[in-house]
Design a protein around this ligand. Structure first.
Ligand code: FEO
Length: 412
């Protein structure tokens, strides 16, 4: 795909690239199957501005960016300003090479961005720190306004707003996983593709931005003072028809950290020899009788990235796993540790599971979740295989959890 003008006549161009080759984003989160887009933008005015870079390598991301510039008759050395909204290397990995190609482009970043440019790339010459709210006139009636949005995603992060076109270059904010499949703008893709990007924006949010939800809400409040026509993030679709769709979606996702999410249940389960699986089925039967939506994810087979996304939007969780050597079944411990990093809070939770020679998982579970703000029912533990009585109790507890979850109002 060549560069595309964001709005007709705006002289603002998407120059993003798709990366299908990085199996793990941040070295943790799988994106190989669906890819991820890394969006840069060019503004042509009296001065030429490149907003955000790409990673180094990454399936030819850096070479592709140079090709994208060529598709609008632009050589890298013609760029006057390089705005770095955020220093994470998915947007800056190409910086050392770019500086060699284009030594005269002034790097513009936040005050906290300047030491990161030095720390990651050893660059301190021709780097300008802008203040929160500072403006830069780039000629031809265009002005850039820089606004700090700390912790969305790193402390140095800012956004850039162009006043004549009313485009907000929002960096990680309002982004999603998933490569752009030909359609770049929200008005160009099918309903099915919107469903794909909705799922991938939830997964991106829960994986990357989730624990910074209070900062997301502050940033959105700050953006409320701007007249925004287009949201141009650094990952995923550009929103020029309905930017409020992605803004509202992010508000909803952020609020999931601070209150019960949607009235649905995610069942996360792992088993050693099937004795926890039998109980999990009884719990599911109880949930089904109350007609509550449920997702069932097995660990370690399901990557934690997907478990996290489903859990993030669910008010209810079932944690079904056995005791393993007096402790939590290790794949579930990894999931719970990720929940701790990502602030998967305010859930109604049922824990069930078997033990062999003695218990211990429950004590370890309680230690692990002590800061999670979870409202737990159960636990239901049993030695070896569950009895008929245990299974009946499991079904009752599943129904009890479902009844509580049903009381939670939907946010969608
Ligand atoms: Fe897309 Fe936090 O970098």
């Amino acid at each position: 795909m060549g560069a595309e003008e964001v709005l007709s006549g705006s002289k603002v161009y998407w120059t993003g690239v798709n990366d299908y080759t990085s199996d793990l984003f941040e070295g943790i989160w799988p994106v190989g199957e669906y890819g991820v887009s890394i969006n840069s933008y060019i503004i042509k005015a009296e001065k030429t501005v490149l907003i955000d870079l790409v990673k180094a390598g990454g399936g030819g991301s850096s070479e592709n960016l140079v090709d994208q510039l060529a598709s609008i008759d632009l050589e890298p050395e013609e760029i006057d300003y390089l705005v770095l909204n955020h220093l994470e290397p998915d947007h800056t990995g190409f910086l050392s090479s770019f500086r060699r190609i284009c030594p005269n482009a002034e790097i513009i970043t936040s005050k906290k961005g300047v030491p990161l440019v030095k720390a990651f790339y050893g660059i301190s010459e021709n780097v300008k720190a802008v203040e929160d709210g500072e403006t830069l006139d780039i000629g031809d009636g265009k002005q850039l306004v820089f606004a700090y949005i700390p912790n969305v995603h790193w402390p140095e992060t800012m956004v850039t707003y162009e006043t004549s076109t009313k485009i907000l270059f929002s960096c990680d904010a309002f982004g999603s996983f998933g490569a752009l499949k030909g359609g770049i703008f929200d008005d160009e893709i099918l309903k099915e593709d919107h469903e794909f990007f909705e799922a991938e924006s939830l997964r991106y949010y829960a994986n990357i931005v989730g624990p910074f939800s209070n900062s997301v809400l502050k940033a959105i409040e700050k953006a409320g003072g701007l007249d925004i026509k287009v949201i141009a993030p650094s990952h995923g679709l550009i929103w020029r028809k309905n930017p409020e769709t992605i803004i509202n979606r992010y508000v909803r996702y952020a609020n999931y950290m601070n209150d019960y999410a949607e009235p649905k249940i995610t069942v996360i389960w792992g088993t050693m020899y099937g004795n926890t699986e039998i109980m999990m089925r009884s719990v599911l039967r109880g949930i089904a009788k109350e007609k509550v939506k449920v997702d069932v994810l097995k660990v370690p087979e399901t990557d934690v990235s997907y478990v996290l996304a489903k859990a993030w939007e669910s008010a209810g969780l079932v944690i079904a796993m056995p005791t393993y050597e007096y402790k939590i079944f290790p794949p579930m411990k990894y999931v719970l540790d990720i929940f701790d990093y990502k602030h998967v809070w305010h859930k109604k939770v049922l824990r069930v599971g078997s033990f062999g020679w003695s218990g211990g998982a429950e004590r370890h579970f309680e230690q692990t979740i002590k800061n999670f703000k979870w409202d737990c029912i159960g636990p239901l533990e049993y030695q070896g295989a569950p009895t008929e009585e245990d299974l009946k109790k499991g079904e009752q507890l599943g129904a009890e959890l479902a009844k509580e979850v049903k009381q939670i109002p939907p946010k969608k």
